[in-house]
Design a protein around this ligand. Structure first.
Ligand code: EPS
Length: 379
């Protein structure tokens, strides 16, 4: 399975092409649209989200709500395009001057993208923008729907925003609170402090990042492989997570704390039960050993840096005069951590389904589902 996206933040549309999705899988457009709307939400989002009403248009590969095995083509309209038609026009009539950017933002792709492609900063930021993650959610939701039909569950929660760290728990009540929370946190009492911190950031012209966690339940052992570097599932998940705009780090299970403990405090002792098969008494590995799922939930954490556009800008250099100036201010979000959580769940979902399709027959849903059930019997 593979996918590509195309599209600029203020161009007419975002486009996605997915290949290798099994035939005969049920796909519900409403569920894709719900996920797209979730991605638009969250405290701290900028003015753009008031303009957009993201919905997917399915162009190919799905008929009567069922995948055909052919490439699936998706598009999402950028409603804001009507305000940018002249600036973003592909032809010689394009207005290349009025929205030219000459003061690159520290932390964004602006300067390095310009040096690399010898192109105007506007061209860099249009493609580097996190607007692209709308399409990654639509693409990932196709995978998520197939995983859901297999009984796999992919949840996420926000574990920290700025200086505020949150409670982590794995109870049904906790996950219900996360679902109901605008911040996607399981600790309702902290929400007041989160809003206060957001307000402070807004007043100061600042932005906020955070820590996010994604958990994947009900996977069998043996997805991914230890035999070759690029088949290791933790490596592949890390790549998928770090490919999301503003992500700067990823860890599994106990994460970086594993470096501070003796081995006996880190590794998860093995048990066996006739009904359950092999299991672990703890999950410090975060569900992955030797680059493969071990049957415990995958638990990964990621850190998102604060968004680079600052309304109180940092110092930069004017690329024409080489004078020291303030960085440009593009409309942006003060905090997009809850939105990024939706994106992470979807890029993780894509990677997990890919590993599932490598292990099991992948041409049709029927063959996949049968082999999946048989394997669970075996393990
Ligand atoms: C985003 C759309 C963008 C930004 C944001 C995410 O739209 P606009 O540039 O028109 O405001 O709001 O992107 C960034 C923060 C960034 O640095 O690129 C979206 O749809 O998520």
């Amino acid at each position: 399975m593979r996918y590509l996206t195309a599209g600029e933040s203020h161009g007419p549309k975002l486009v996605g092409i997915l290949e290798g999705v099994p035939a005969g899988a049920k796909i519900d457009k409403e569920l894709i649209d719900q996920a797209l709307q979730e991605r638009q939400k969250g405290p701290g989002r900028g003015g753009r989200m008031k303009i957009e009403k993201d919905q997917v248009v399915i162009l190919s590969g799905i008929r009567g709500g069922v995948t055909t095995g052919a490439p699936i083509a998706l598009e999402i309209l950028n409603r804001d395009w009507t305000n940018w038609e002249k600036v973003m026009a592909w032809g010689s009539d394009a207005d290349l001057e009025s929205r030219k950017v000459t003061t690159p933002r520290p932390g964004h792709a602006d300067l390095t993208g310009h040096l690399k492609y010898r192109t105007e900063v506007r061209n860099v930021l249009e493609r580097a923008s996190a607007r692209e993650t709308a399409m990654r959610v639509a693409v990932g939701n196709v995978a998520l729907q197939i995983l859901t039909a297999l009984g796999v569950e992919i949840r996420g929660q926000v574990l920290g925003v700025g200086k505020i760290q949150l409670q982590m728990e794995d109870s049904p009540e906790h996950w219900e609170r996360v679902d109901a929370s605008e911040w996607k946190v399981g600790d309702a009492q902290s929400e007041e402090a989160l809003y206060a911190q957001l307000k402070e950031a807004q007043i100061k012209g600042e932005s906020l990042g955070g820590i996010l966690q994604v958990q994947v339940d009900h996977l069998p052992p043996g997805l991914g492989s230890y035999v070759q570097w690029d088949r290791k599932l933790d490596g592949r998940l890390a790549q998928a997570v770090l490919s999301v705009q503003a992500m700067k780090g990823v860890s599994f299970g106990m994460g970086f704390a594993a470096g501070e403990h003796f081995g006996s405090e880190v590794h998860d002792p093995i048990g066996y039960d006739d009904g359950r098969g092999y299991y672990r008494f703890s999950n410090n590995a975060g569900g992955i050993e030797g680059g493969m799922t071990n049957g415990e939930p995958i638990v990964l954490q990621a850190v998102m840096k604060p968004i680079p556009t600052l309304y109180s800008p940092l110092q930069t250099v004017n690329m024409e005069s080489k004078e020291i100036m303030e960085a440009s201010v593009e409309r942006s979000d003060v905090c997009a951590v809850p939105a990024a959580l939706i994106v992470l769940r979807h890029v993780v979902g894509w990677e997990i389904l890919q590993a599932v399709l490598e292990k099991f027959p992948s041409d049709t849903w029927e063959e996949l589902h049968k082999a999946w059930r048989d394997y669970f019997q075996y393990v």
